[in-house]
Design a protein around this ligand. Structure first.
Ligand SMILES: Nc1ncnc2c1ncn2[C@@H]1O[C@H](COP(=O)(O)OP(=O)(O)OP(=O)(O)O)[C@@H](O)[C@H]1O
Length: 267
């Protein structure tokens, strides 16, 4: 059953609203609070990156947003609707493409698999797969199997699979961590292109501070355990961004230093 907004949607309603979110695993003597009190928003069409030390609870946060884990208190909402299960307008891309792609299916069949329940016509199915593969530069690889592709190509297949779903919100957990530097730059630019071509709202967890500053409109810096927001940094860099020109700007260096010093400051 479609979820109804609990509040009326106005221009000021953020696409994603995380308010005093807390997440605890276990119970009794084994209780483990991973997220304490997280509050931030993501507006429609924004790219927001989340950075923070290993184990602070970034993946846990994404799982709460994806409706895979219930929040212990507080709430996460889309357009004012509390998330209580996988939101239909959201797609996820994880770092571990080895485990997310089906090795016995061709690239095209990997893209089709999550679309089956949408009951699309064969023509629309084909159009969605063709345009998603073209967007990631893999139109030629549709009949290959994932294991015949390089790591960077497999990750592009995982992104194409999310694109073919036509999500309004794309959530990515360290999506470019396992690829070489050149492929990483290409995938970062692909992420920005997707945002402008499809007006998508994108939330990315990354360990790479330069990547966060390059991609984001805002960077949410998480710290301490349990996780809480140390600061939300507005990235004041011109768009469109370009790998060499943007990273050479004095403002880029200033913002990466700001994020780095937040993460490295003594607890
Ligand atoms: N299903 C679970 N049950 C119990 N504890 C869990 C579960 N999932 C994660 N944790 C614990 O929650 C804490 C945060 O894990 P999480 O994977 O969210 O951190 P992270 O910031 O994404 O880490 P990394 O940057 O290393 O990927 C860890 O201590 C982890 O052991």
């Amino acid at each position: 059953m479609a979820q109804q907004p609990e509040t009326s949607i106005s221009a000021a309603t953020p696409r994603l609203d995380v308010a005093h979110l807390a997440k605890t695993y276990g119970s009794g003597a084994r209780v483990h609070t991973v997220i304490q009190d997280l509050t931030f928003t993501v507006d429609a069409g924004e790219v927001v990156c989340i950075v923070g030390p290993s184990g602070v609870g970034k993946t846990t946060l994404l799982k709460c947003l994806a409706g895979l884990h219930p929040a212990s208190s507080g709430r996460a909402a889309i357009d004012g609707r509390t998330i209580s299960g996988p939101p239909p307008e959201m797609a996820l891309v994880f770092q571990d493409y080895n485990r997310s792609l089906m090795p016995w299916l061709t690239v095209r069949k990997n893209l089709v698999l999550p679309l089956r329940h949408l009951k699309l016509s064969p023509a629309e199915l084909k159009e969605r797969c063709d345009s998603a593969l073209a967007a990631v530069g893999l139109a030629h690889a549709d009949n290959q199997y994932p294991w015949q592709l390089s790591g960077g190509m497999q990750q592009r297949v995982a992104i194409a699979r999310a694109l073919a779903y036509r999500p309004e919100i794309l959530i990515m957990d360290e999506p470019f961590a396992s690829v070489d530097a050149q492929t990483r730059f290409d995938l970062e630019d692909l992420c920005l292109k997707i945002r402008s071509d499809f007006n998508m709202t994108i939330l990315v967890v990354t360990h790479d501070i330069d990547e966060a500053v390059y991609l984001a409109d805002r960077v949410v810096v998480l710290g301490s355990r349990p996780a809480s927001v140390l600061k939300i940094v507005d990235v004041e860099l011109p768009s469109p961004r370009e790998q060499i020109a943007t990273r050479s700007l004095p403002e880029f260096a200033r913002q990466r230093t700001e994020v780095l010093s937040l993460i490295k400051r003594p607890a």
